[in-house]
Design a protein around this ligand. Structure first.
Ligand code: THU
Length: 132
């Protein structure tokens, strides 16, 4: 699947967003090393702080289905420029995705920026840090 097709899928995933409070839909697509596709959307809560971002929804879905190896993450939101994952998501992404893995950030108007997990969260605290 091309990046543009993945972005289209992420946009479709954003239509499932549960966003009664922010009204701000976000969609994500996580691609496994076997080219399986996992969709994610943001899921909010009346207890506002419990909102789960689209990126983490996709990652938690994948992990809960036994999928552990990923090669790409795509995220889209209705932002001015390409949407930028929040700090909590960057930490969760760093737990499960290798540093060179591409992350494609997009908005609803066709703006696209590609970065990597390491660029998103340099000096991340990772499982390796617990091994000393
Ligand atoms: N949100 C995401 O799902 N991903 C991001 O990268 C940024 C923010 C969600 C959280 C909340 O449901 C809404 O967007 C507004 O912050």
């Amino acid at each position: 699947m091309t990046d543009l097709e993945l972005i289209e899928l992420a946009k479709k995933a954003s239509h499932f967003a549960y966003i009664p409070y922010s009204k701000f839909p976000v969609g994500a697509v996580l691609v496994t090393d076997n080219d399986e596709i996992i969709l994610g959307c943001n899921v909010e809560n009346a207890s506002y702080g419990l909102a789960n971002c689209a990126e983490r929804t996709a990652i938690f879905k994948a992990i809960s289905e036994g999928k552990r190896n990923f090669k790409k993450l795509v995220v889209i939101g209705d932002t001015e420029g390409p949407i930028s994952p929040c700090g909590a998501c960057r930490q969760v992404i760093s737990e499960f995705c290798h540093g060179d893995m591409p992350v494609i950030m997009a908005n609803m108007n066709g703006a696209i920026k590609e970065t990597t997990v390491r660029e998103l969260l340099p000096w991340a605290f990772t499982p390796m840090d617990l091994e000393k």
